[in-house]
Design a protein around this ligand. Structure first.
Ligand SMILES: Cc1cc2nc3c(=O)[nH]c(=O)nc-3n(C[C@H](O)[C@H](O)[C@H](O)COP(=O)(O)OP(=O)(O)OC[C@H]3O[C@@H](n4cnc5c(N)ncnc54)[C@H](O)[C@@H]3O)c2cc1C
Ligand code: FES
Length: 271
């Protein structure tokens, strides 16, 4: 087994601009990953950051990264041919096997679409193994949506419902937060939900979905916590008796509810 502390050193092979502060990097580190897993990305001299794997094949992985601090801003200034390190893949990803034979609801907010993109790509490759599939994706503005050039293709395989909080010129789609689209979801029974986005969006969307009849045990959320080792050793990501890096980052709503802000508000809906 590979030493989990030792990064694979590999070059960036492609950089693609998604939004003004988010880019997708293809890194020539072929990893056998499951949708929803993450890597610890090293930018040498700057540090490490956990980043979800947003795609990949036998030649490398893709990481979609928003520039917020030391590591992420530095990689935004890097070009193809420059080297980074990756450790992983780590964590427990989305319950793709459990979703087979069922309907699937994918709910994403902002950059939360990145860890869900491998699920979408898996579903497209194995379309016959899933029932009705819906993608519900919201962003603050149309210009902040990731993977815009893929929506048309994805729409051939699943229902794609998009929304923005604030329209911009040229947008003639739905306007409103993600919860305002929930009444358009056509299949509630026998559905597995996979959700990732800002904590406030996950909290309120969970509450609305539970009220619509989605069972909390069949709803899965990907959580973010400060991480260091990524493998359940250092304790940085410990919360409520679990290590988010090792036991997650994907948890069912029953388990995740106590990590959400003001959990009693969600608990009230679950009871
Ligand atoms: C499992 C997991 C998966 C993740 N996947 C992705 C991903 O696919 N793409 C991605 O871009 N990020 C992802 N993140 C978040 C990413 O790890 C952090 O943004 C990153 O660690 C920041 O590192 P930094 O050195 O650039 O910033 P730092 O220098 O550590 O932070 C700088 C400042 O930014 C703030 N900050 C840190 N993180 C965030 C954040 N997420 N949003 C807003 N402000 C923040 C800090 O509070 C601090 O003030 C993931 C996190 C986890 C735990
Ligand atoms: S990051 Fe070290 S225990 Fe999770």
């Amino acid at each position: 087994m590979r030493n989990p502390y030792l990064p694979i050193v590999a070059p960036i092979v492609e950089v693609r601009e998604e939004t003004f502060d988010t880019k997708t990097f293809t890194i020539a580190a072929p990893l056998n990953f499951e949708p929803g897993q993450f890597v610890e990305l090293s930018v040498f001299g700057y540090g490490e950051a956990p980043i979800s794997i947003s795609g990949g094949d036998e030649t490398g992985i893709q990481l979609t990264i928003r520039a917020v601090g030391g590591v992420t801003r530095k990689i935004h200034n890097m070009r193809p041919g420059e080297y980074v390190g990756v450790r992983g893949p780590f964590g427990k990803g989305w319950p793709v096997e459990k979703a087979k034979g069922k309907n699937l609801l994918i709910v994403a907010g902002g950059i939360g679409l990145a860890p869900l993109k491998p699920v979408i790509e898996y579903v497209i490759k194995h379309r016959g193994e899933f029932g009705f599939v819906t993608l519900l994706y919201g962003a603050r503005k149309p210009s902040l949506m990731l993977y815009k050039d893929k929506f048309e293709e994805w729409g051939k395989y699943m229902e794609v419902l998009l929304t923005v909080d604030e329209p911009e010129p040229g947008w003639d789609g739905h306007v409103g937060v993600v919860t305002t689209l929930c009444d358009k979801i056509r299949h509630v029974a026998d559905t597995i939900t996979m959700m990732c986005g800002p904590p406030i969006m996950m909290k309120y969307t969970s509450m609305v979905l539970v009220e619509l009849g989605f069972p909390p045990s069949e709803m899965y959320l990907s959580l973010e916590r400060n991480m260091k080792c990524g493998i359940g050793i250092c304790g940085h990501c410990a919360v409520g008796g679990v290590y988010v890096c090792r036991d997650g980052p994907v948890f069912s709503l029953n388990k995740a509810v106590r990590f959400l802000e003001k959990p009693h508000e969600v608990q009230g809906v679950l009871d």
